[in-house]
Write a protein that binds this ligand. Structure first.
Ligand SMILES: [Mg+2]
Length: 302
C-alpha cells in the first residue's frame, strides 16, 4: 500500500477540519470579507481556539484509528466506548445526533441500539447529518483490499450515532473511494458506486453519479445534510488540481466548513499524498505526529 497516500488520508482530514474550524457556520461572503481567500491556519473565530485546532471530526476519527490499532480489528463496542470517553471530556463542538446517541450509550444502550433509537425518534430533515461520514476515513486503510468488509465496517461505524441509510452508505461510498485512491484507481467513485449498487439510497446515488462521470453539478450545497456534504466534499477532493486547492476550495464555500473540509481533505490526501500537504498547515496541528504514526500502523495491519 502507498504509505504517503495512507498518511494523507488522516492528515488531510485534520487539515480540512482545522482550516475550516474558525469559519464554521460562516457564509462564503463573510469568509471573503474577513480573510480574503482563507488558505492558512488562523486562530480565534468560531469556537475561539488557537490556529490549527482540530474539532469533533478529527477527534472521532482518532477514536476509530486508535481503536483499530489497539484492538487489531474493528470493534464497534470499543469505538463506542471511546466516543463516550471523548464526549465526557467536554468537547466544544459536537453534533446533535452524536450527542443524543452518546448520551444513550452512557445510559447503557448497546453500540447498535443508541443510534437506531435516536434515528427513529428524529424527523426527516434532522435525521441524516454528516457526523459519521466526517470521521470514518481511518477504516479505509486496514480494509482497503477487502471491499465487502470495508462496506460492512463503514456502515457499522456510522450506526453507532447515525443509522440512516444515507449516512451508513455515505460512509461506505467514501471509504470505497478512499480505498480505490490508495490503490491508484482511475475512477474510484465510479467503482465505489458500482460496488454498493442498488442497495444504496437513491437520493445519495443520484447526488454522486454525476461526479463519478466527471461532471460537476451546477450548485454545490454546504449544509450538514450528509448528501450535500458528501457531494460537495467529493467534488472538491476529486476534481481539484492539488491537495491544497481541494481543501481551500471546500472551506471557502462556507457553511459546514470544518466537516466538508475534513472529508475533502481525506479524499485529496489519498489522491496527492501527505507530502503534498503544506508544512505550514501541519505544524500547528498538535495531533499531526500521532495521526502520522496511526496511519503507518494502520498500513501495517492491512
Ligand atoms: Mg467539527
Amino acid at each position: 500500500m502507498n504509505r504517503n497516500r495512507a498518511r494523507g488520508i488522516l492528515l488531510g482530514l485534520a487539515c480540512g477540519d482545522a482550516l475550516g474550524r474558525p469559519v464554521e457556520f460562516s457564509s462564503a461572503a463573510a469568509i471573503e470579507t474577513e480573510h480574503g481567500r482563507l488558505d492558512e491556519m488562523v486562530g480565534h473565530g468560531t469556537w475561539n481556539q488557537p490556529a490549527g485546532t482540530i474539532t469533533d471530526d478529527t477527534e472521532q476519527a482518532l477514536c476509530i484509528a486508535r481503536s483499530l490499532v489497539e484492538r487489531q480489528e474493528f470493534d464497534p463496542t470499543d469505538i463506542a466506548d471511546r466516543f463516550v470517553a471523548w464526549f465526557d471530556s467536554g468537547p466544544f463542538d459536537i453534533g446533535r445526533m452524536t450527542m443524543r446517541s452518546l448520551s444513550r450509550l452512557k445510559q447503557g444502550d448497546e453500540w447498535d441500539e443508541a443510534g437506531q433509537r435516536v434515528w427513529e425518534d428524529s424527523l426527516e430533515g434532522q435525521n441524516a447529518g454528516n457526523g459519521s461520514v466526517m470521521r470514518c476515513a481511518p477504516l479505509a486503510i486496514p480494509y482497503a483490499t477487502d471491499r465487502p468488509r470495508l462496506v460492512a465496517v463503514s456502515r457499522q461505524s456510522s450506526q453507532i450515532t447515525h443509522a440512516d441509510p444515507r449516512c451508513t452508505y455515505g460512509c461506505a461510498i467514501l471509504n470505497l473511494t478512499l480505498a480505490g485512491l490508495l490503490d491508484g484507481a482511475n475512477f474510484p467513485l465510479r467503482d465505489a458506486l458500482d460496488d454498493v449498487g442498488s442497495e444504496a439510497p437513491a437520493e445519495l446515488v443520484a447526488a454522486l453519479e454525476p461526479l463519478a462521470g466527471g461532471d460537476a453539478p451546477e450548485t454545490l450545497e454546504t449544509s450538514g445534510y450528509v448528501v450535500h456534504s458528501l457531494q460537495t466534499a467529493l467534488h472538491d477532493g476529486l476534481f481539484a488540481e492539488s491537495a491544497e486547492d481541494a481543501i481551500v476550495t471546500a472551506v471557502n464555500r462556507g457553511g459546514d466548513t470544518d466537516t466538508i473540509g475534513a472529508i475533502a481533505g481525506a479524499v485529496a490526501g489519498a489522491r496527492f499524498g501527505a507530502a503534498a500537504l503544506p508544512d505550514g498547515w501541519l505544524r500547528p496541528i498538535d495531533e499531526a505526529d500521532e495521526l502520522e504514526t496511526l496511519a503507518e500502523q494502520l498500513v501495517e495491519s492491512a
